[in-house]
Write a protein that binds this ligand. Sequence first.
Ligand code: AMP
Length: 399
Amino acid sequence: MTFKDLGLHPALTDKCEQMGYIDPTPIQKRAIPAVLSGEDVLACAETGTGKTAAFLLPILHGLQNNKNFRGTRVLVLSPTRELANQTEAVCRSFMPKGVTCVAIIGGAGYKRQMEALKKGVNIIIATPGRLIDYLQQGVLDLKKVNTLVLDEADRMLDMGFLPPIKRILQAIPEKRQTLFFSATMSKEIEGIAYSMLNDPAIIEVSKRGKAAATIRQTAYPVAPQFKMPLLLNLLETEDYDRVLVFTRTKRGADRLAHILEKRDHKSNRIHGDRSQSQRETALRAFRSGKTNILVATDVAARGIDIDSVSHVINYDIPEAPEDYVHRIGRTGRAGNTGNSITLFTLAEEHSMKAIEKLTGEKLERIHLPDFGGHVVLEKKAATPLRRSRSSFKRSGRRR
Ligand code: AMP
C-alpha cells in the first residue's frame, strides 16, 4: 500500500516522497483513511511510529481541497513545547500554499503568536497553558475549529492538563472531529477519551505499553556508587552516534552534564528549569551533531523526535514503568534499530520488575562485578526440607 492508495492529494504524496516516506507506517495505513472519512479516532501507538504524519496528512488533505476558508480550523494540543515545535515543523514541511499555522507555546514571545492569532491562523499547535492564557485575554477565537487533535494524551493527563483541556473543549464547537493519540492506554485514559469522542475508530498498532521491536534492550545491575563510572565506561565502549541520557531530577541532569563536559564529552542538557531558548539551543546542537550526548528529564524529553538517536541510557530508572516505554521510544524510530540501556540498583529491582511486567519482556541483564552488578536469584519453588530425626521424633510426639 502506498500513500497514493490511501487517497491523499497528489501534492501531499509528492511531499511524502521528497521527505523519504516510501511506504506508510502501520499507524498511517489505518489512521489516514479513518481521518479522511471524518471519523473520530482513538489511537494507541508506540512512540516513533509516524503518528504525527498519521494525523497531519489527512488534516492537510482536507485543507488542500478547501482553501477558501478563514479562521482557525484545526487545533492540536501537545504536552510539551518541544513536541509542539516539532509538530509545527512537520506541518510546515507538508503544508499547502495558502494554509497557515503557528505554535502557541509558553516560554516564547507573545508578538508573533498574537499576530498569527489576529490574522485567523488556520492551524494552531499549542501547549494547553499558553492557549488558556490567550483564551482568558479574549484574543482567541476557536469557534470555527472543526478538528481537534490530542497528541500524547497520556502525558498531558500525567502533567495535570485535564482541567485546561476541559476549559479548551468549552471554547470549541461540540460538532467536530476529534483525534486522540496516546502511547499508553490505561482505564483512566480510556474513560477520558470516550468522554470526548463520538463512536471512534479504534486503532491499536502495538500491544499496550510495548516498545518498538527494533530496540535492543539491556539492563545493568549496579551499585549506587558505581553508576557514574559505569556510565562513563559505557560511553567509552559503546559504538554510538547520539545518546540520550535520562535522569530523574533536574539537579541530577545538571550534575551529570557537568561531569560529562569535564570529561570532554560533547554534551548538553534539557530540563524544566532551563529557559526555552536554552532548551532549543541544546536540541538544535544535538540534532545537528554539534553535541552527541543529551542529558534530559522525562518531561523535557517528551516527544523529542531526533533522527538516529542510537542509544537511550536510563541513568536513573524511571519512576513509572510507562515512562520507560516513552523514554526508549526516542530510539529505534520508524523501523531503525536502537539500543536502550538501563542502570538499576538492588533497591530498584522492583521498578525493573514493574517495567518487565508492563512490556511483557524480560530484559537482558549484564552483570559487571567491577561495578557491583548484583545478581538477584530467582525464587525457586520451595523444596521440602528433609526432616531431621529429632524433629521427626518431636512431631511424632505431638501427634
Ligand atoms: P512520529 O511518531 O510522528 O514522532 O515519527 C517518527 C519518525 O518517523 C519521524 O522522524 C518521521 O519523520 C518518520 N516517519 C514518519 N512517517 C514515515 C514514513 N512513512 N516513512 C519513513 N519515515 C517516517
